[in-house]
Design a protein around this ligand. Sequence first.
Ligand code: CTP
Ligand code: CA
Length: 233
Amino acid sequence: LRRRGEEPDLLGRTVVVSAGGTREHLDPVRFLGNRSSGKQGYALAEVAAARGARVVLVSANVALPDPAGATVVRVTSAEDLRRAVLQHAPGADVVVMAAAVADFRPVAVASHKIKKDDAGGVPDPIALERTADVLAEVVAARAAEGRRQVVVGFAAETGDASGSVLDHGRAKLARKGCDLLVVNEVGDGKAFEVDHNEVVVLGADGSFIEVPEGSKRAVAEAVWDSVVPLLHP
Ligand code: CTP
Ligand code: CA
């Protein structure tokens, strides 16, 4: 039996990992952002490098040291991240979208700081537009170009009246068309900004792997364990 990390089972493979959270600027000093710290994505990059992969880490607004052995590409907005991921995806054996990518961005970005007036007024409501879905584009490009590539998505879900965390995860996996979806339950201090994580890895083939609560590094090892059997020989 192989002990985790003992075998360089990603040797000769190139992987692209996106991590962190994108920022959509409103003006030169303000943005719409999210709570992703980048810790899970960085752990994925670090573990992939330790297992022998050439790693391109597309990092959105993360305050963590560069993982050993990874090439780090820094981005700010969803559009920046999209360009970087699509640039590096064609040569990659695996693309892992661990970043929290903005779904909406302001239609207009003010070129000067939005100022208060003396009359106590507020600015107009912020009009938003949709961003591109990077994961969906990677899946579409893979099909269009006949790439043999493993594509992994992440989803932070809460249960609600329309379904459980897993119901939403299964629906999202089908909608996105990726091979694996790593689902974690958020809310109550879970997942964000913490060092541990508990996930379920859903496979397009119907597989379901529960990864017990552990460090983000342990979760990263489990995700790569699920990716390796899907790689082309
Ligand atoms: N994702 C992406 N581009 C976007 C939004 C999300 O590539 N514009 C990726 C994320 O990196 C993640 C996966 O899609 O791997 C799922 O993200 P999530 O926000 O859970 O899904 P959405 O399709 O945006 O659905 P919603 O936020 O409405 O749940
Ligand atoms: Ca989203």
